[in-house]
Design a protein. Sequence first.
Length: 478
Amino acid sequence: MKKYQHYINGKWVDSVVHGENIIVNDPATEEVVGEISCAVKEDVDLAVEAAKKSYESRILVDMPPMERANLMRKIAEELRKVSKEGGKILCLENGKLLPAAEYEFIDAANYFDYYSGLTDKIEGRTIPVNSQVMDYTIYEPYGVSAHIVPWNYPISMLARSLSCAFAAGNSNIVKPAELTPLSTVSAFAKAIDNAGVPSGLINIICGYGSGAGNDLTAHQDVSQITFTGSVKTGKAILHAAAERAIPAVVELGGKSAAVVMPDADLDKVVNSAKGAIFGQAGQICSAMSRVIAHKSIKNELVDKLANLATSLKVGHGSEDGTELTPVISEEQLQKIENFSRSGQQGGASAVAGGNRVDRKGYYFEATVFDNVQPEMTIAQEEIFGPVLSVLEYNDPEEAINIANDTEFGLAAGVFTNDVNQATRMASQLNGGQIYVNSWFTGSVATPFGGYKQSGYSREKGQEAIKSYLQLKNVGIQL
Ligand code: NDP
């Protein structure tokens, strides 16, 4: 079995404590992919110490912005180089399609390229006080930034916060999810190392969330936290941040709805659904997990969606032609089964799927539920699987009310050819991002984040850089 190591202070190392190993499985075959010694508090202390020392050395803070940008572009170049080898490991540990796994490294490179362009644009301003005072502001990094990363997009999501924190001059510690740490500690760390990133600026440790994750967010020398994952864990992290009065960026999932108006091109809805709820087996925070369809076109749309769901080819992520991949774990599969059962017991009709796939691995059928009522659990909770709930509406006000009636507000969308309806809906739907006539229209340059329980602060785009900077005001009596 291949053994992997943590990346601390520029070196690959085992946990200093000889204890448990984390075994990582392929969700498609249930076979072992590799193992890594489980990081514990002592490893967290070493990683934080390395980050703190590198921050205090001011090696990144004092690096001229152009040089920092060059280093980030070098990281991007190295990430592109490791995309094939890293993609292979990521495909195996996560279960996702191989091209999608490889693309995560390209996406990561895009983040480093994008934020390299901001290093020389972190500007303060001068403020008129009176003729005897010169007053100006400076943006400075927080110091040590902790990144707690989920298992659904281990490399993309890591890069989106890390690249930004790095551009701002912070030293960093990354904790990947215990289910998918291997591509991060191997290929991602290799790109960092090959790019010549000075020791201690980026450290990667893998342990359990309740162990190393908890120790990291509670550590007195961590000065900022970025977390993506469940609402429950996000709140625990916000408590840890509040305990020490440090800032946190939290992105906590959603139950995003697409409103389909009577004039919509239904094929656009179906094409979007393919990637937005069945792609990545639905394990996407901004998945299109609800469709709210006008009564006049609902039946036609449900037929089309059901045809799509039943036509998808189930397989291993590395096999050509695979369209539906497994979910991450047996636990996740059981959770999805329970949601599906509750939908059927509550009166919703599974017009496609509804059950686990009868084969080895953690596969769940691409599922479409018709006759879903707004108050049902499958219309309210984040299922994080390939399960789409279709609800019906009569007038636009009702559609908006149904769309907004969950605790989440990550994304929402509308399908219509009427630009007036589209802009009206875009202003009234609750969500950090609104998609019109498609889904996932954004890029590394577009700000992303949640309303309501989907979290706060923004990642991606120029707005995100402020999450990794604190403002200093300087007043000089002349
Ligand atoms: P969690 O939110 O529990 O985990 C996300 C990350 O946080 C992982 O790295 C995890 O580590 C870590 N973590 C867990 N507990 C703590 C803690 N106390 N302190 C610090 N870090 C911690 O998600 P799960 O993996 O348990 O998935 C549960 C549900 O969350 C899913 O079914 C899905 O609904 C949702 N989810 C949403 C995501 C999104 O993008 N919005 C992404 C992932 C999950 P470890 O994995 O080692 O426990």
